[in-house]
Design a protein around this ligand. Structure first.
Ligand code: HEC
Length: 164
């Protein structure tokens, strides 16, 4: 009887620890990149000029079983690639990750959306976005949108890394 009680108390404590700490573990996994801090959506007013195809690409980018399956939707919406074409490479990398559920057609729609979004929104105000943290920074002369007074919010972080 005494043993049983102990067993229950220990089991309850372990359950409590699991419940208390698992959200931290998840949060850590999801908070890895600065871009996660950005807005996880684009309001419909800002999507007014979208073609149905762009809208489809946008929806896939924020979908919980697509680009927001392993990390926040904010990550894609707030990262400004050094070169807009880098999105192609990045999307391929995401498709190849275990548990990714992205078809070629979906990847194409996402690419067209992210390319349009970078050229028409992010490159107009790079200071509102974040440069990729998992990619080597090229020479600034190779970054089409580079302006010294309009640098991404995490510029210190990525440029210090480039100097190392
Ligand atoms: C299977 C899980 C998974 C899916 C699905 C996924 N990602 Fe990722 N993503 C990751 C992981 C893990 C990282 C961090 C490591 C890396 O960059 O490869 C990451 C990093 C990123 C980054 C940060 C790049 C940087 O260097 O700062 C962007 C942007 C991104 N993903 C966009 C996307 C887009 C767009 C999609 C949908 C096409 C997508 N992700 C789908 C797992 C995923």
């Amino acid at each position: 009887m005494e043993m049983n009680k102990h067993g229950i108390v220990i089991a309850a404590l372990m359950l409590l620890l699991l419940v208390v700490f698992s959200p931290f573990a998840l949060a850590e996994e999801k908070k890895k990149f600065s871009a996660d801090k950005g807005r996880p959506f684009i309001p419909s007013a800002e999507r007014k000029g979208y073609t149905p195809e762009l809208e489809q690409g946008y929806k896939l980018t924020i979908a919980n079983d697509k680009c927001a399956k392993c990390h926040t939707a904010a990550r894609a919406l707030n990262t400004i690639m050094y070169n807009v074409e880098d999105w192609k490479r990045y999307i391929k990398r995401m498709m190849n990750k275990p548990k990714a559920n992205l078809s070629k057609d979906e990847a194409k729609l996402i690419y067209r959306f992210l390319k349009y979004d970078q050229l028409n929104r992010k490159e107009k105000a790079p200071q509102d976005f974040y440069a990729p943290e998992g990619m080597d920074m090229p020479d600034v002369s190779e970054i089409s949108w580079y302006k010294e007074d309009k640098l991404p919010k995490n510029w210190d972080k990525v440029s210090n890394k480039a100097k190392e």
